[in-house]
Ligand binder design. Structure first.
Ligand code: NAD
Length: 264
């Protein structure tokens, strides 16, 4: 009871900061899509993939060593994202944008659930499951989005041969940023510029351990912004307001409260 009252009070304070804010940034991680049924990176992998460590599949070395294993895993993830629906957390973020004088949304997620909830101009720091490209020449892979597994050979034990590039014939790779690869520089620059120049940054569903993206909320805080963190578990970023709970429950409350007295 006492804890619940503390949370309500904290949501009230966070909503007040949002009402006073002119420039608002939302920074999201895998946790915001958890309630849409997409496992976070830290969740144990299920089924066919339970014998792997996600971080070991998400590297250029893994793709070089065993392209069918890595492509098969990303195809499983792409199809899963395609079947998922945006949840109230994604919808609340899209609604918040409509109430803000200046708004910027950046995500580490590689699904497209923010866009499907109505958010526009989303900065994708870690690429997208839906934009595969050639591993050699970089040409975007032209394909029709469907729930059918895309690739050659037999889908066996989750493994699937990646398709070949129409230009150079080399294997197509997922359009995501892997561990050890640089982030797209334009996206990173825009993200840091917005975080360094905002009044409030809301960090949602991220464990804050994947750099350099994890530096974004820290940069906002160091630049004088109010940082609101939404996560069932505190992650240790020095947030001004920590709102403990799932994004799909907390964000709609926060946005409703912040826009009730629409100075936003
Ligand atoms: P992470 O898996 O490291 O951390 C997830 C965080 O979300 C944890 O702190 C957890 O406590 C929190 N969380 C769990 N359920 C939540 C909920 N309902 N509401 C709010 N928070 C919740 O994810 P990360 O920090 O984004 O970093 C890992 C990398 O994994 C990212 O680079 C991302 O590209 C990639 N990834 C993306 C997706 C996706 O696109 N949906 C899924 C898995 C991994």
């Amino acid at each position: 009871m006492k804890r619940e009252a503390g949370l309500q009070q904290e949501i009230g304070l966070a909503a007040q900061a949002l009402r006073l804010a002119r420039r608002v940034v939302v920074f999201t991680g895998a946790g915001i899509s958890a309630e849409s049924g997409i496992p976070t990176f830290r969740d144990a992998l299920t089924g066919l993939w339970s014998r792997f460590d996600a971080a070991e599949l998400a590297t250029p070395e893994a793709f070089e060593r065993d392209p069918a294993l890595v492509w098969g895993w990303y195809e499983w993830r792409r199809r899963r994202a395609l079947a998922a629906k945006p949840n109230p957390g994604h919808v609340a973020v899209a609604a918040l944008a409509e109430h803000c004088a200046e708004f910027c949304l950046m995500t580490q997620n590689v699904d497209d659930l923010h866009e499907r909830a109505g958010s526009r101009e989303v900065i994708h720091l870690h690429g997208s499951l839906h934009q595969p490209r050639c591993s050699a020449c970089g040409r975007a892979f032209d394909y029709e989005s469907s729930s059918e597994p895309m690739g050659g050979g037999e889908l066996s034990e989750g493994r699937l041969d990646p398709p070949a590039c129409g230009d150079c014939g080399e294997p197509v790779r997922p359009g995501v940023v892997w561990f050890g690869e640089p982030l797209p520089s334009a996206a990173l620059e825009r993200a840091f510029a917005a975080a360094g120049d905002c009044d409030v940054l809301i960090s949602v569903g991220t464990s804050g351990v994947v750099y350099p993206a994890a530096q974004v909320p820290i940069h906002a805080r160091q630049s004088g912004a109010v940082v609101i963190e939404v996560n069932p578990q505190p992650i240790g970023v020095a947030a001004t307001h920590f709102l403990a709970g799932p994004a799909g429950v907390i964000l709609p409350k926060l946005v409703r409260l912040a826009s009730a007295d629409s100075a936003l």
